[in-house]
Ligand binder design. Structure first.
Ligand code: HDE
Length: 713
């Protein structure tokens, strides 16, 4: 049988197959819009299009008689309802998403021929889904966990999915270990506890036996695992990818997302309280930011390593448990991503979106990272059971914005009605269509990078993947004092929940002692274990001792844009001070909410009625970045006798937040025995506001932390 390929189509033949106006984002968005359903002004009908006259009553034999099987309206409605749920994602089940666009800063064709990285005028639509990993769909947002950061770029050349996390490394080096890791971190099989966290025996059993997880686990024990908001998280592609330029030249890259509002975290007590008081805290924050026009923005950048420099590092670029420190390879900015539209329907968009690291476009390619290679298979496979068949790419949220034709046919939930008789290729019946597109410098068909691989088939881990601790040490050494303290506290908390003492001891002696002896000793002390005096493996000498780019202290935005301030008021409050702060905050792009003892309006000292946004109980201090207490004798007196208000201020103080108190409200501070510090400012004039805003921009008053610990939670 001949294997000769049919003649490749000419450019003009191919142009005729592309019915969308290339480069016109609106046309593409419109293509997606066709699937949105708006019932305004429409009649209620069955799924077969029959108008319904009564949606209140089942068909019965008499008003008090039995129901009739013939009631196709009731049966259709309930049958559909009975099947409303689909399996949740095995991991990353809890998440939320938003639409937006990506815009390249310049033409990067010297780096990649990908079309979406070439035209700075063009906005490529994106859909992003953020998630936690461990918990089920209904679990809390603020648990200690890794966050998924998955972006689907609807490019002119097909979909590109960058399916990353908010931490730049992973727990394992080889895909074959993933089911083991996930089974270990998921709630324990006998009682399904704990929901949303890793503080339990099976997780620590696995990671203490699996030293390659040491680097990722220290990230998970750091503040990165309790992000302040989804808007304040970095994102990473983790694996090394390839970018292929117009001349076919490949460079290795690591993808980075940097949030414009800076990278910062909750404090642990706050995270735990939020998980109970507002399970949807992160989801709500993202939603509200977009609704209010504070569009979250990230810069996409890459660390670029020339092909010939692949082996110049003291770690392997293919090892997903390693970063390339930014001090060795700085980040080259490529473009920005802005999220500016909330979904219309959570299920149809956030739940049905199906990411896959294997969705790439010409100009991007994989490397042989064994974790990435396994992922390329897993994601499509999981969608088949999660979304009920292989046609999930036809769901509106997953459809590329360019037309797509091939010889794939049928299967469950097929929505396309394929015309033509020839579902095979080559064919002469349908004129040979659809046809291949030859690779080209630009706008060509996909071509895999021409990489030579010449080796025996083996089940082996490369020796170059063997150093499991030096980058965990680098991470720990790069932390500020308070970040180190938080890491020690997190290990102590989590291991303190582990019932089996031999697991606690193994983690301390065989993992932590190899990262940093002081860290191991402090955790051992907190667990009542003997402190190790040395590690179990000889330390590996590396060129870099610290990487300042890893500390969140160096990742703040420097401004207070989109930060939220709670203003506490009762009857008799100084209305002018409230107005002054609100004005000053708006000028900085920050926001205030007025909170009263109840949801009823408060009356100012000069007799005006002020509508409050919520009661203090309704919007606790944990939902804010800072607190302001205006003056007004009566108001201060009322707040001083109100336990909720006093707790509000104490809690904000304990969570190291900026607090400003008008001079005549100072007695309230005295009552709580709180002393002014760099973030606790007395005064309500322009100078005081300046100091207040500077403290908010610092995110927390870290120097206060030792003192705040003595205050009851
Ligand atoms: Fe995933 N991962 N993963 N993962 N992952 C899934 O795909 C898997 C890994 C990540 O918002 C699943 O659609 C394997 C690394 C995100 O929909 C599943 C391995 C990174 C999301 C799956 C990994 C991720 C997933 C579950 C090891 C960071 C959520 C549902 C080889 C770079 C995407 C689904 C969303 C989801 C498999 C490791 C990130 C089961 C086998 C490393 C952000 O296919």
């Amino acid at each position: 049988m001949s294997t000769k390929k049919p003649a490749t189509p000419s450019k003009s033949e191919l142009a005729g197959t592309d019915t969308l106006d290339r480069g016109n984002t609106n046309a593409k968005l419109q293509a997606l819009e066709e699937f949105r359903s708006d019932a305004t002004g429409q009649a209620l009908r069955t799924n077969q299009g029959v108008k319904i006259s009564d949606n209140q009553n089942t068909l019965k034999v008499g008003a008090r008689g039995p129901s009739l099987l013939e009631d196709f309206i009731m049966r259709e409605k309930i049958t559909h309802f009975d099947h409303e749920r689909i399996p949740e994602r095995i991991v990353h089940a809890r998440g939320t998403g938003a639409h937006g666009y990506f815009q390249t800063y310049a033409n990067h064709s010297a780096l990649s021929k990908a079309g979406f990285l070439r035209n700075p005028e063009h906005k490529t639509p994106v859909f992003v889904r953020f998630s936690t990993v461990q918990g089920p769909r209904g679990s809390g947002d603020t648990v200690r966990d890794v966050r998924g950061f998955a972006v689907k770029f609807f490019t002119d050349e097909g979909n590109f999915d960058l399916v990353g996390n908010n931490m730049p490394v992973f727990f394992i080096q080889d895909a074959i270990k993933f089911p083991d890791f996930v089974h270990a971190v998921k709630p324990e099989p006998h009682n399904e506890i704990p929901t949303g966290g890793s503080a339990h025996d099976t997780f620590w059993d696995f990671v203490s036996l699996q030293p390659e997880s040491a680097h990722m686990v220290i990230w998970a024990m750091s503040d990165r695992a309790i992000p302040k908001s989804l808007r304040a998280m970095q994102g990473f592609g983790i694996h090394t990818f390839r970018l292929i330029n117009t001349e076919g030249k490949s460079s290795f890259v690591k993808f980075h997302w940097h949030p414009k509002v800076g990278t910062c975290s909750l404090v642990w007590d706050e995270a735990q309280k939020l998980a109970g008081k507002d399970t949807d805290y992160h989801r709500r924050d993202l939603w509200e930011a977009i609704e209010s026009g504070d569009y979250p923005e990230w810069e996409l950048g890459v660390q670029i390593v020339a092909e010939e420099d692949e082996h110049k590092f003291d770690f392997d670029l293919l090892d997903p448990t390693k970063i390339i420190p930014e001090e060795l390879v700085p980040i080259t900015p490529l473009g920005k991503m802005v999220l500016n539209r909330n979904p219309d329907n959570f299920f149809a968009e956030v739940e049905q979106v199906a990411f896959c690291p294997g969705h790439i476009v010409p100009g991007i390619d994989f490397t042989n990272d064994p974790l990435l290679q396994g992922r390329l298979f897993s994601y499509t496979d999981t969608q088949i059971s999660r979304l009920g068949g292989p046609n999930f790419h036809e769901l509106p949220i997953n459809r590329p914005v360019v037309p797509f034709h091939n010889s794939q046919r049928d299967a469950q939930h097929r929505t396309v009605i394929d015309k033509g008789r020839a579902a095979y290729e080559p064919n002469s019946i349908d004129g040979g269509w659809p046809k291949e597109t030859p690779p080209a410098a630009q706008d060509g068909g996909f071509e895999t990078y021409y990489e030579r691989v010449d080796a025996n088939k083996v089940r082996e881990r490369s020796e170059s993947f063997g150093d499991h601790f030096s980058q965990a040490t680098l991470f720990y050494n790069s932390m500020s004092h308070h970040e180190k303290e938080h890491i020690i506290a997190a290990y102590s908390f989590e291991l303190g929940k582990v019932e089996r003492e031999f697991i606690r001891a193994r983690q301390v002696n065989e993992i932590l002692a190899n990262i940093d002896l002081d860290l191991a000793k402090r955790v051992a002390q907190n667990l009542g274990l003997p402190a190790p005096s040395k590690g179990t493996v000889p330390p590996v000498e590396t060129s870099l001792k610290e990487s300042p780019a890893l500390s969140q202290v160096n990742l703040l935005s420097g401004d207070i844009k989109t930060r939220k301030v709670a203003i506490l008021a009762a009857n008799g409050v100084d209305g002018a001070a409230i107005a002054a702060l609100q004005k000053a905050l708006e000028a900085e792009g920050a926001h205030a909410k007025l909170l009263g003892p109840t949801s009823a309006p408060v009356t100012t000292a000069d007799g005006k009625s002020l509508k409050v946004d919520a009661s203090m109980e309704g919007m606790p201090s944990i939902a804010f970045d800072a607190v302001f207490i205006p003056g007004g004798k009566e108001s201060v007196k009322a707040l001083s006798g109100d336990g909720v208000a006093l707790h509000y201020v104490l809690e904000a103080y304990k969570h190291l937040k900026a607090i400003a108190v008008a001079s005549d409200a100072k007695p309230l501070l005295d009552l709580l025995k709180l002393e002014a510090d760099a973030g606790l400012i007395v005064g309500a004039d322009a100078k005081a506001f300046k100091a207040f805003f500077a403290a908010i921009a610092q995110h927390r008053v870290w120097d206060r932390e030792p003192k705040a610990k003595a205050i009851p939670a």
